[in-house]
Write a protein that binds this ligand. Sequence first.
Ligand code: FAD
Length: 521
Amino acid sequence: MPKEFQFQVSPQVAASEDLLAQQVAKFCKITPEEILKVVVLKRSFDARQKAVKVNVKGIVYLIGEDYIPAKIELPDYPNVANRQEVIVVGAGPAGLFAALQLIELGLKPIVLERGKEVRGRRRDLKAINVDGIVNEDSNYCFGEGGAGTYSDGKLYTRSKKRGDIDRILELFVGFGATPDIMVDAHPHIGTNKLPKIIQDIREQIIACGGEVLFETRVTDFVVKNSEMQGVVLQNGNIISANKVILATGHSARDIFELLHKKNIYIEAKPFALGVRAEHPQELIDRIQYSCDYRGEFLPPAPYSVVKQVNGRGMYSFCMCPGGVIAPCATSPGEVVTNGWSPSKRDQPTANSGIVVELKLEDFKPYQKFGPLAGMEFQKAIEQKAWHLAGETQKVPAQRMVDFTQNKISQNIPKTSYVPGTTSIEMGEVFPGFLSQIMRQGFVEFGKSMKGYMTNEAILHAPESRTSSPVRIPRDSFSLEHLQIKGLYPCGEGAGYAGGIISAAIDGEKCALKVAESLNLK
Ligand code: FAD
């Protein structure tokens, strides 16, 4: 019988098959020579002790036992070229995983994406980084794979449904991600590997008879008697279908405006907003690993901070070890930050959003915009930051200690944010209550994470696209919009997901409900 094991080892042992096998032998009271195969099922780092340890859980097979390597295979996708068509608006994780699920269920997805395919998108990312030119359809948020393509590719979520998460991870592996993502407690893919995976997903959809149309922006919906009939494209063409999965992400402001204009019910939703902080990675390693030098067996350290300040949560968001801060504006005249990292996380800097939870009452100055009040609050901060930093893609920046002391920084060193920074007193960018919470919060973080509060840390503003400022309400059973039959608000933009995995899970859920409504499930 294969034996199970679970223990803590040093990072060096965890990184070596031979050393790990010796440890397994000792634990299971066998000799290394008796081992046929050690299979690691779960792996996580434990940095709470002075010397970092790795928790390892797995199974050992002995010589003579039946060991069949687990093989992750893609589902047997049928050809759906002649099946009923379902429109999917948006090719982010929600839209793409909805399309795959529709195919599995025997329906033909027509995916409409305003941005370009992954390769064409690269040129527009260069233009925003180097020339400060924002293409409204092709940027870090819009284009094939959505906001997740050029990201850190962190694949963890607060969702508790392990089965749903494993299914998405298995699909990622099936499309080319390393099987390690099934094992690591905090898996990530990296910006260099995600585009190929996304491209393979698209090719699968097309090979099965589905359609994926790029540079195809949806500008209107065709609705009759409160039932979805199709969508109107920017070029005036209409694509008809009475099932539309709307997965346009949290930055599709024109879609929120369109829904509001058409009196299709939407509501303001609280979100979080703040700055993106960048530290030298070595400094974060020293703090998190309690060591002078990380060494070759430990990954660049992540961190997570959270405090209650004046009754509000202030916390780290989308932390990227060994990463880079990216210009994530989706329209000219605004600046937005977010972070990405390559699969090896080998950049010398660590960045993280540090954000404060907002409440609906914060949007009061914008109440004339009704359900778009939060979106207008967000937009106003992004536009103000753009203006203050010089009306390019440079962002306002300040050293962390200077910010807490209301002191403009005399100089800002070069950071990973390619378009550059302008030294600004951050208090000018944010409403007073937010600056006050952030100042206090950073002092608190410095107390619980010694060394975190330092002038080596540079704050970039704003981190404003943490989640959708709008919810598109849907029936909790059918997942259809409360008023419009056949419209399935989906993913992060509709307010039902936050991050790659949960968006993908929601995409699958909506596809299942579409099939159910057609008695296909
Ligand atoms: P999106 O990914 O936003 O996709 C929506 C798509 O709809 C876009 O491609 C857009 O072009 C398209 N669209 C919009 N309007 C229209 C229209 N009118 N017509 C046609 N198409 C339209 N999450 C993680 O879990 N881990 C991370 O490490 C991580 N890092 C990130 C780093 C960056 C730089 C960014 C920007 C985001 C990151 N995120 C990360 C967040 C994650 O990418 C999103 O949560 C996720 O992509 C949401 O998926 P979605 O499909 O709901 O929406």
